[in-house]
Design a protein around this ligand. Sequence first.
Ligand code: CA
Length: 518
Amino acid sequence: MATETQSPLYIKMHVNDNVAIVVNDGGLPAGTQFPCGLRLIEAIPQGHKLALVSLLAHEKIVRYNVTIGYATETIAQGRWIQEALVQLPAARDLHNLPIADRPAPATSPLEGYTFQGFRNRDGSVGTRNILAITTTVQCVAGVVECAVKRIKEELLPKFPHVDDVIGLDHTYGCGVAIDAPDAQIPIRTVRNISLNPNFGGQAMVVSLGCEKLQPTRLFPKAAIPIQNTSEPLIVCLQDSQHVGFMAMIDAIMSTAEQQLTALNQRRRETCPASDLVIGVQCGGSDAFSGVTANPAVGFATDLLVRAGATVMFSEVTEVRDGIDQLTARAATPAIADAMIREMAWYDQYLKRGGVDRSANTTPGNKKGGLSNIVEKAMGSIVKSGSSAITGVLAPGEKLSSTSKGLIYAVTPASDFICGTLQLAAGMNMHVFTTGRGTPYGLAAVPVVKVATRNELAKRWYDLMDINAGKIASGESSISDVGWELFHFMLEVASGKKTWAEHWKLQNSLVLFNPAPIT
Ligand code: CA
């Protein structure tokens, strides 16, 4: 690989930056001299920062043309800028932000791109055809797991146009303060996941009977899309007709057969790229995330938006320090205000727990060169590309069928919770970038994984779908990888399997429940 043999290389993101990151695999030893003449005065690991100039104590440390921190002491040119040398700046005040004052550059529509998808009655399009069994409460999870195993073995082979059968288990449903104002978040999340485009539009529900989250509360009549043929099909385990365990399994299986018969009628048809609903997120980030994979995703985001598709970006603590960039890019003042409102809510949520946004970064992030949340956020936010932001979704809310363009879907940065909330919002494909490496996958939608570094792409050759590391080593440009990702997404939307699907890697759904437990 080029980086193993190439001369010493660093990447400076912006002309105003006074730090840069080391590109070479394995890092660089003390005494290394770069072609520009700059010499390292100590060894620096790959992805970690070097001082391009000497810095005084309290001087701004600038990367991405943003102050990521202040020097805690004098830092000589060529020194390794470790975490302890970087003092975290205060979070951006949510008052006096720029509001919708930076209109997105005019772009031409991107026409003629299509994929083969499953169109639903409400106009949404699935990229997979899956029988999903919704659960109202964790109590039924074991029974549903047994039933799903038998459905897969005994029924699924008879329905060749159905891709999979999954149980939507979660830990919510009872033992919770269900009337607390914030309980609406987990409740609407479960409801809206059940209506994900990949599940065909009609929910099948397994309920226990005595739980707080009753099926009628999960699916009040008003919440059922008018285009659906009928109300959810419900199996209640405590119903008196179920005598013994096998009676429950039989009831679930016969309801499943009814659903499978309907789903098996679905066929892929040619759909415009505008029917894609892509959720983007990152996990296991390193200093290359913001240099390679996330900018390539941002490039693909702009292509998708030009093609009329919907792209959701999320992860509150990873955009909080760039809120001024986002409010400036809002299509209208009302959209900027909605973002500010959601950021303020999240600040309070963290404060209630005695922490702030700095609780986000992981040991792996730091080992990968990210000193703090500001630096991580600047690398994360670029997944959103450069388009105007046309909508904001609160956690667990579902996109309306008319929402298109770039949407800020409010979620925690936690990989599982972000993915779960983007499923509820209605994504039909997930794009996930990683630098440290995570084998993340979801049962409900394909997950396209993008590696930030050549070394990871090589080591995890059968887990990473796209290698953006080629950007750091100079073999590809951001636009090359962005286009590669765009074309790959159309293929995956049409049925091509991702590596996570190939290996059946399926992480659990994890609900965001900010409300009290009883
Ligand atoms: Ca994440």
